[in-house]
Write a protein that binds this ligand. Structure first.
Ligand code: ADP
Length: 278
């Protein structure tokens, strides 16, 4: 169960939109680094990267928050084995789930039912995004990792507009996505919003054979790196398609925690070490 003694956001509890904006500002100013994790479409490993990045940073002793703002398929609760967790409504806002120096918030924690489809229209989504960012008692954090909605539509746009001073975005892609240019659209989206691209991760790049442990290229590899050179953004590295990643995610365990020393865990660690937070 969550334990949290951090001071609350002073404007929490009001519904007026200006006060909500103010609450968001006050909550976010207590957080040193805000990093958005984006992808051109769903299913490429954006949540997997968000969870493993958050935990890798928390393992360094930093105070880390992880927020999952995916209206259609929030997967962070499953990946952390937190299904059924309901955020406690404190006097001044919602309490994130807290374990050690990692705090976690996800839409189902607030809504209370992870199995029902959420039907919210555009303006309501913007409001929910702001509430999740402004009325959660994050307290002081070194990093907030934001698992953002996929694509380049209204939802990621609302997230970017709400977090005005983010360090930047990490873009997760796959070799196939590089080929169909979804990731290029995400890069252009960040450029138009003047959001720095901290780097691109090519996930599911090659396959780790469960028999021999060798990485076999199924799709053409190297496309992500090439694309980054062309678009003048940093390539952070590749993560292979590894059955242990699925097994950890489905079991509610964090891959980097459970598979220390494996080639895929080393790939994650190498990527995290290359991120230059602003
Ligand atoms: P997204 O957030 O982009 O929708 P997820 O992180 O939920 O994608 O990943 C989709 C599925 O792919 C999950 O079942 C996850 O365990 C699996 N997955 C992600 N990355 C890898 C990988 N490198 N190897 C194997 N499976 C992966």
């Amino acid at each position: 169960m969550a334990e949290n003694n951090d001071s609350a956001c002073s404007h929490a509890g009001h519904s007026d939109s200006e006060e909500l904006d103010q609450a968001v500002k006050e909550c976010l100013k207590k957080i040193k680094h805000k990093v958005l994790v984006f992808s051109g479409k769903g299913g490429v490993g954006k949540s997997t990267v968000s969870v493993n990045l958050a935990l890798s940073l928390a393992n360094t002793g930093a105070k880390v928050g992880l927020i999952d703002i995916d209206f259609h398929g929030p997967s962070v609760p499953v990946m952390l084995g937190l299904q059924g967790y309901k955020a406690i409504q404190g006097k001044d806002g919602m309490m994130p789930y807290e374990k050690g120096n990692l705090k976690v918030m996800s839409i189902p924690f607030a809504v209370g039912d992870e199995n029902s489809a959420i039907i919210w229209r555009g303006p309501m989504k913007m409001h929910v995004i702001k509430q999740l960012l402004g009325y959660v008692q994050w307290g002081e954090l070194d990093y907030l990792i934001i698992d953002s909605p996929p694509g380049t539509g209204d939802e990621p746009l609302s997230v970017c507009q709400t977090i005005e001073d983010a360090d930047g975005a990490i873009l997760v892609t796959t070799p196939q996505e590089v080929a169909v240019s979804d990731v290029r659209r995400s890069i252009s989206f960040c450029e138009q919003l003047k959001l720095p691209v901290l780097g691109v991760i090519e996930n599911m790049s090659g396959f780790v054979c469960p028999e021999c442990g060798k990485v076999v290229d199924i799709f053409k590899s190297g496309g992500g790196k090439e694309m980054c050179q062309q678009m003048e953004v940093k390539f952070l590295g590749s993560i292979p398609l590894d059955p242990s990643v699925v097994a950890s995610g489905d079991a509610g365990k964090v891959f980097v925690q459970e598979n220390s020393g494996s080639p895929t865990e080393k790939a994650f660690a190498d990527i995290v070490s290359k991120i230059n937070f602003e």
